[in-house]
Design a protein around this ligand. Structure first.
Ligand SMILES: C[S@@+](CC[C@H](N)C(=O)[O-])C[C@H]1O[C@@H](n2cnc3c(N)ncnc32)[C@H](O)[C@@H]1O
Length: 267
């Protein structure tokens, strides 16, 4: 008997260079990464021993953000830009624990996210994962899966958690293009690494790691991150370091986590 070789991932998944999604997965102790990603994560840990805490705090921030959006702001439709590989407490799982009818569209430009996301979501009618570049706003908004799940006449939430620091272009104008399709009561949630909250040495070492990756790391100042919320009103407590945004019960040393994060609402 002859066997067909097992299908491997699509050929457009690069295995010779690390990708942001897979480095992040490696830092979260995930299994959907390659040696090249684990090497990059190990290098990051050499220069930033808190790297695992940073990504853990970012996931905790994301969970609190979704709980706020669904529980307190009444949001029932979410587009999650740069969603990353499935892990624990994925956006749709947090949302569905509160409101099972919430629709979620995951968007990522790394094809490995689609490969693993589709398996997770196979039987979930309220959730889709699409492969698209978030900078291509028309493609994201007009994708058939987006059109099927998101009603743009109703408030919706745009998540961009830990993703704009991989985008060299001006995030404010990209968000403005989405904002044009967000009716009153819609929300933007964001976290972003900032050189203002770490040392110049750490900032330089970590950005250098991403020079060999499929996307560069672009740190921004607090002022530039705040500017992404142009056209939105920040909800309390504003734009603090992420562990101070509606903090959980276990306090984290502010010196150790260098992302700012918050939620803005369209008026
Ligand atoms: C650090 S992960 C964040 C994952 C998730 N949002 C979270 O906070 O846990 C960043 C993700 O953004 C994705 N990404 C980077 N550039 C992108 C782009 N131009 N368009 C869509 N996704 C992008 C990466 O592939 C990666 O999965």
């Amino acid at each position: 008997m002859t066997y067909e070789p097992r299908p491997t991932f699509p050929p457009d998944i690069p295995t010779d260079r690390p990708t942001p999604a897979r480095i992040y997965d490696a830092l979260l102790y995930g299994k959907d990464n390659y040696q090249v990603d684990r090497d990059a994560a190990a290098r990051a840990l050499t220069h930033e021993p808190n790297a695992r805490l940073v990504v853990h705090e970012n996931r905790a921030f994301l969970r609190r953000v979704v709980e706020y959006l669904v529980n307190e702001a009444g949001i029932r439709q979410i587009i999650d830009l740069g969603s990353g590989l499935p892990t624990q407490d994925n956006v749709h799982q947090v949302a569905h624990a509160i409101a099972p009818e919430t629709r979620v569209v995951y968007v990522d430009n790394d094809p490995i996210v689609l490969a693993h996301g589709q398996a997770l979501l196979a039987d979930n009618p309220h959730t889709r994962v699409i492969t698209a570049d978030l900078r291509d706003v028309d493609t994201v908004l007009n994708h058939p899966d987006t059109r099927q799940l998101i009603d743009f006449t109703q408030p919706w939430a745009l998540l961009s958690v830990a993703v704009f620091h991989f985008i060299p272009e001006d995030p404010q104008s990209i968000v403005a293009a989405y904002r044009a399709h967000m009716p009153t009561g819609s929300h933007l949630a964001l976290s972003h690494l900032s050189q203002d909250a770490t040392t110049p040495e750490t900032a330089a070492e970590i950005t250098a790691i991403y020079e060999q990756a499929t996307a560069p790391m672009v740190l921004r100042s607090y002022q530039d991150i705040a500017g992404i919320f142009t056209g939105f009103r920040l909800v309390p407590p504003g734009l603090p370091l992420i562990m101070n945004w509606r903090p959980g019960i276990a306090p984290t040393d502010p010196e150790r986590v260098w992302l700012y994060g918050g939620i803005g609402r369209t008026e």
